[in-house]
Ligand binder design. Sequence first.
Ligand code: NDP
Ligand code: OXD
Length: 308
Amino acid sequence: MTQIFFSAPGWDEYEPFLPAALEAAGISADIVTEAPAPAAIDYILYAPTSPLQDFAPFTRAKAVMSLWAGVERIVGNQSLTQPLTRMVDPGLTESMVEYVTGHVLRHHLGMDRHIINPGHIWDHACPPIARQRPVTFLGLGELGLACARALQALNFPVKGWSRSPKSIPGLATFHGEAGLQEALRDAQIVITLLPNTPDTQNILNADTLAMTAPGAVVINPGRGPLIDDAALIAALDGGQISHATLDVFRIEPLPQDHPFWAHPKVTITPHVAADTRAVTASQVIAENIRRAETGEPLLHLVDRTRGY
Ligand code: NDP
Ligand code: OXD
């Protein structure tokens, strides 16, 4: 019997789906939410909100599987010697695509002018069509690429930036430090979907914010440290950036005295862009455990040296 330690909040969400997914994958499993005998555990399901920090006693564990996509809070844990996988969940990806598309369209169409119009102003100025609105994604992984494709389907001219070179039909791609300026040039909407690593912190700073088109919009559903908060506020105040929609922050919940809360050009969403969905994630977990049990390579392995 395979022993699985569900070391994360939200077991009630997984209970209707995970045992069935494991059974369908041919895994006979015992899932526990406490592990008084760590040496008996085969797999650990982990979330950053889990109290579990010391993985050393789990001497038999074949993998630690993060229920979150972002792994910055576990990747540097020295007690973790087991392979680490991260969550790539079709349900999470769908919700990120919806969040990004919705917020891009809000800004593209200038929806606020009509939704909040206390003066009953008859402003007949029509927005440009999507093909006239250049959009840039920083991060072209599972989420960035899915969102880029959705916006491409609406005719937005999309550029994407990643660490390694990519060739993606219909998408202008750039990579590495040298490609960042070209990726941001003329961008009217910038979406950050990068992991939080030492290389990506403050990637949007005074210099890079100045590379976008004047009056660009920033949408950050990636991670808070990707943005230099003070530089963003200065760019908003100076007009280089016209609005920022932020879902993630250096400290969460965002402290009440943070200047973002009161800033008229900032929209705050409370880390709700995309959540792992138990119904689809259970299939992913079961498939990965099946792979591990049959000696096949694990999906979505984290590269501990790269940090994502
Ligand atoms: P992936 O690992 O699939 O993609 C990461 C992308 O970032 C890749 O394209 C990668 O490049 C690029 N990248 C990483 N480091 C660099 C660098 N130094 N320079 C340039 N590009 C870099 O991650 P996902 O798309 O699945 O997720 C992205 C992030 O979204 C997560 O790490 C998490 O922080 C955040 N997230 C937020 C959620 C929310 O609710 N707000 C929900 C889920 C995730 P390459 O392709 O070359 O490797
Ligand atoms: C994640 C997140 O990384 O929810 O999965 O932010």
